[in-house]
Design a protein around this ligand. Structure first.
Ligand SMILES: O=c1ccn([C@H]2C[C@H](O)[C@@H](COP(=O)(O)OP(=O)(O)OP(=O)(O)O)O2)c(=O)[nH]1
Length: 143
């Protein structure tokens, strides 16, 4: 079990919950009522600041039902929360684009996250050719 410190920005925000046996992604909630017009962009506060474990980052994705329920798209497709985003004022946010007029109520579950181990340090070496066989063009597997 890994313990993670969470600062909640609101007393009445539902706390983060790890649901055993279903999915290990953790739902995140809107921290305020949000009213959006079609075509509008907004950073929706998620009401939490989190001290991630050393050597981990977090990935934020929409829930499967988010578009169906609210007509919003996560504009960065996937949010990356760096381990260094751990200060008292570092509130998590979800950048969204509204495809229709919508009201999102405070505490609505609009996205989800999981933590991921940081990749090893990488160096890049320029070479003239690679030894592996070509695997075909983009999208060739589905032909
Ligand atoms: O969906 C997101 C993405 C990022 N962040 C926070 C955590 C992250 O550590 C910080 C900075 O994000 P990122 O590194 O992606 O952006 P940047 O470096 O500030 O800006 P740029 O877009 O120029 O890379 O913002 C969120 O709260 N939600």
């Amino acid at each position: 079990m890994v313990e993670i410190k969470v600062k909640y920005w609101l007393d009445d925000l539902e706390p983060l919950c790890y649901v055993d046996g279903k999915s290990d992604w953790i739902d995140l909630r809107a921290a305020q009522d949000v009213q959006l017009k079609a075509g509008e962009f907004r950073l929706i506060p998620l009401g939490v600041s989190i001290a991630l474990p050393e050597g981990y980052e977090a990935h934020i994705a929409p829930r499967s039902s988010t578009f169906k329920n609210y007509g919003i798209l996560q504009t960065n497709s996937m949010g990356v929360v760096d381990c260094s985003y751990c200060g008292d004022g570092d509130q998590w946010q979800m950048p969204v684009y509204a495809t229709r007029d919508v009201v999102i109520e405070k505490n609505a579950r609009i996205c989800q996250f999981r933590i991921m181990e940081n990749q090893p340090r990488l160096t890049f070496t320029r070479v003239e050719r690679l030894d592996g066989p070509d695997r075909g063009g983009f999208g060739s597997t589905g032909k």
